[in-house]
Design a protein around this ligand. Structure first.
Ligand code: HEM
Ligand code: HEM
Length: 175
């Protein structure tokens, strides 16, 4: 039996998930940036109401992405151990940041219906779960900014590999 050759590019679904989520991440970081730097500006008024629903959508897409990656293991090998570690770090933060945001939302006792879908029914707000609020306050924003830093490093590394010419990584993801 001939061994299956290693694929030269990511499959179509992985590519769509990568670029679709990259677009939504750009959206959510602009919303977080406007909220941090220009609270009550027109941009903040426009984007901040979308922060929680878009963040929840990103968490759902991430779960689909992980399930797809596990189900379909055939993908190009990472260019180095550092690249592999960087991708793992991206996955860990893509999970932790919205999960902590949602956990805090649950713990606040307030109902939450992203895009009109009744995800969290809410409960008596006088019974709020204090540790989830503290965890959110401590980690959600800080890990969110750490994710942004890692994404910027990821983009710089992809462009560097492309320019240095040893592996055409953009083509693997562009299709
Ligand atoms: C991957 C998705 C997400 C990213 C990258 C993200 C990122 C961030 C960042 C960087 C901040 C800090 C803004 C500042 O410094 O003022 C922030 C704030 C906030 N986020 Fe998210 N977020 C995500 C998802 C969510 C979700 C799912 C929820 C809730 C359902 C949420 C709720 C909040 C709230 C209430 C704040 C303001 C309070 C705070 O600074 O902790 N976020 N987010
Ligand atoms: C302009 C923005 C971006 C560019 C140019 C870019 C470029 C790339 C390229 C070329 C690859 C393939 C690397 C390889 O073949 O080894 C890749 C993979 C990857 N990228 Fe990005 N990327 C961008 C944004 C993002 C964002 C915002 C995230 C997540 C927050 C992300 C997460 C990943 C992950 C986890 C992989 C590993 C493959 C996978 O499991 O999907 N990227 N990226």
């Amino acid at each position: 039996m001939t061994p299956t050759p290693t694929p030269v590019r990511y499959d179509r679904i992985s590519r769509w998930l990568h670029w679709g989520m990259a677009g939504l991440f750009a959206w959510i970081f602009v919303s977080a940036g406007a909220h941090a730097l220009a609270e009550r500006s027109a941009l903040d008024a426009l984007l901040w109401p979308t922060h929680k629903p878009v963040g929840t959508l990103l968490l759902a897409l991430l779960l689909a992405r992980v399930a797809w990656a596990l189900a379909r293991r055939r993908r190009p090998p990472a260019v180095s151990a550092l690249a592999r570690l960087g991708h793992l770090g991206l996955y860990a933060l893509m999970l932790a940041v919205p999960a902590i945001g949602l956990l805090r939302q649950w713990g606040s006792g307030r109902a939450f219906a992203p895009f009109g879908l009744p995800l969290l029914p809410g409960f008596d707000v006088s019974q709020k779960v204090e540790w989830t609020l503290q965890l959110g306050r401590l980690l959600h924003g800080n890990l969110g900014w750490a994710l942004l830093a890692l994404v910027l490093g990821h983009v710089a590394a992809a462009l560097w590999h492309e320019r240095a010419g040893h592996t055409p990584v953009l083509a693997r993801m562009a299709g």
